[in-house]
Design a protein around this ligand. Structure first.
Ligand code: TXA
Ligand code: MG
Length: 333
């Protein structure tokens, strides 16, 4: 398949919208990561997304909307908490899981009775949805298992020749995926931490919310049988080709340990990439992490050494990705 490379002009977004409306696949920018879009209500189109990514079919897709007017098409429920969160965080990096209407095909929701809805804060994305005339199902536009794409070039690397078009736009601002929050229970529960933190949500709702218990259980430390509620959270994820090792401890000592390990490995003829974020650089870490992992791969690194962040606020969300990309391989310094 020949993949058209489109610009983020109105004219080209219109072309992209026509491809979506006629059942094709288009990668497009959002403020979190690039998404691979298809008409969410067209089962054949959505099936092609799974095939292009090599994605397991039980992993549901997030449905993207351009206006809150689109919500009644997808669900009958708009609770007071949902309304409060929408007003505060949409458009933006927050996905709400709600009970779905039957019009949404099973392939889109991986057979679940619920659907994840998000209104992205990226004008190209919203214009694309609006011009397509349908809600757009979109996972991150990477091959399954790879770090999510935060530049259009990452998408070209993974998906050129596998999809109809890629919109070449700017780099994604947030850099990690949206916060997924389950709104179907009595108390909202975060299933995937992201750009909107637990503290921000609690501050807005004026009450405590829950975290999926699996988010605090590391498979290396706990022999547990807990199953995450977001099916995608159980898969191997964000894995570059190089082996990733996390370094945890006081920043100064950690940096020293990373540098001496780099020297040691290099003396054995290995290629090593260092990724170090200072205290307080959580935003920068979110913005850069995936791109740095991909860069190390493009430089044929054998090892990527990364320092941990404090697991608070946005740091908790970034650490969730770091731990997965390292296969939970942590060195305590
Ligand atoms: O920022 C984002 O969310 C990006 C951009 C493109 O919007 N999208 C994204 O999609 O990260 P994806 O498919 O890579 O991740 C979606 C996550 C998966 O872990 C999936 O299992 C979970 O959301 N999810 C989707 N629908 C769900 C549902 N109905 N119930 C539980 N989890 C759901
Ligand atoms: Mg993904």
């Amino acid at each position: 398949m020949i993949t058209s490379l489109l610009k983020d002009t109105k004219e080209d977004i219109k072309k992209a919208a026509e491809i979506i409306a006629s059942g094709g696949l288009v990668a497009f920018p959002t403020e979190t990561v690039y998404g691979l879009g298809a008409d969410a209500l067209n089962a054949d189109a959505v099936s092609k997304v799974y095939a292009a990514k090599g994605r397991p079919s039980d992993n549901p897709m997030i449905v993207h909307i351009s206006s809150t007017d689109d919500i009644p098409k997808l669900t009958d429920e708009i609770t007071a908490d949902m309304k409060t969160l929408m007003d505060a965080f949409w458009p933006g990096p927050m996905t709400m899981i709600v009970n779905r209407k039957p019009i949404i095909p099973d392939v889109t929701t991986g057979g679940l009775d619920t659907v994840g809805i998000r209104m992205p804060d990226n004008e190209t994305a919203r214009l694309l949805i609006e011009m397509s005339g349908c809600p757009i199902a979109a996972p991150s536009a990477n091959l399954s298992g790879k770090p999510s794409p935060t530049t259009y070039k990452h998408v070209v690397e993974d998906l050129e020749g596998r999809i109809d078009a890629i919109i070449m736009s700017g780099d994604c601002e947030v850099g990690i995926e949206s916060t997924v929050i389950d709104m179907t229970g009595e108390t909202p529960m975060i299933l995937r931490p992201g750009g909107i933190t637990k503290q921000m949500i609690e501050g807005t709702l004026g009450k405590e919310i829950l975290l999926d218990p699996t988010l605090n259980k590391r498979p290396d430390l706990f022999n547990n049988n807990l199953k995450p509620k977001a099916p995608g959270m159980k898969y191997k994820h964000y894995a570059p080709e190089a082996k990733v090792v996390l370094y945890d401890g006081e920043p100064k000592e950690v940096l020293g340990a990373m540098q001496s390990e780099k020297k040691r490995l290099e003396s054995e003829g290995k290629k090593v990439s260092l990724i170090f974020f200072d205290k307080g650089e959580d935003k920068k870490a979110a913005h850069e992490l995936f791109a740095r992992l991909r860069l190390a791969d493009s430089e044929n690194a054998d090892f990527i050494l990364v320092n941990t962040l404090a697991e608070e606020g946005l740091g908790f969300s970034v650490m969730n990705r770091m731990l997965k990309s390292a296969g939970y391989n942590i060195k305590k310094i």
